[in-house]
Write a protein that binds this ligand. Structure first.
Ligand code: ZN
Length: 214
């Protein structure tokens, strides 16, 4: 039975922030505050009854481009969100929630490259630019031989738009990888790392759609 208490307190805090009267929901996927609170309450009810909610749902919710961040940026509590997202990452990392949807290739997860975006990666293949002008390459961990798909995107005209994503792929995925499929492959993974100037130098894990608007 996973320990769900830290996750519950993160969600309760998110609920408090989302319940503030002057929040702006225009740019989020939620209609309004009731819509947002309903979603959080459903997750909280699951947690209170000892059920681990879908990891994917949670990651989407707390992702750097997810709905809570959109509300936080429009409503002036962006910093509070970043602090909360860090606690979310820590809670998720410590809990090992079980979710069969999110099976990652696991033979080498003991390696440090699965604990943080590793420095000991070297490029094995440059696939070039895709149609969105993102630079696609595959790196390999010198320690364990894990393949990592790197997706690098920057709009030169916008400072702070640079972002990279790094996801663990299988040798089969590497062998059949086409540049135009790279984004979809990344989005199909259970999780991937993100970082870069767009995230104010923060990095961490996320999953789901890679947003490329500047
Ligand atoms: Zn490794």
């Amino acid at each position: 039975m996973p320990q769900l208490a830290p996750l519950r307190s993160v969600l309760e805090e998110a609920r408090e922030l989302l319940a503030a009267a002057d929040n702006d929901f225009t740019w989020s996927s939620w209609q309004d505050s009731d819509d947002a609170l309903n979603e959080i309450d459903t997750l909280l009810a699951e947690l209170r009854s000892g059920v681990a909610p879908s990891i994917l749902t949670l990651h989407v919710l707390f992702a750097p481009t997810g709905p809570i961040q959109e509300v936080s940026l429009s409503s002036g509590w962006g910093d509070a969100f970043i602090a909360l997202a860090e606690r979310f990452d820590a809670a998720m990392a410590s809990e090992q929630l079980d979710d069969s949807e999110n099976q990652q290739p696991e033979p080498r997860e003991a390696c440090t490259c699965f604990a943080a975006p590793a420095t000991g990666l070297f490029t094995v293949k440059e696939l070039g630019l895709d149609s969105r002008l993102a630079e696609v390459s595959v790196l390999i961990c010198q320690e364990c031989g894990q393949h990592w798909l790197r997706y690098l995107y920057e709009v030169e005209a916008f400072t702070g738009s640079g972002r990279w994503y790094l996801g663990a792929i299988t040798p089969e995925q590497f062998a059949t990888l086409a540049v135009e499929r790279a984004k979809a492959v990344l989005e199909g993974l259970g999780w991937y790392y993100y970082g870069g100037s767009y995230f104010q130098g923060h990095n961490g894990r996320t999953s789901g759609t890679v947003m490329l608007s500047p």
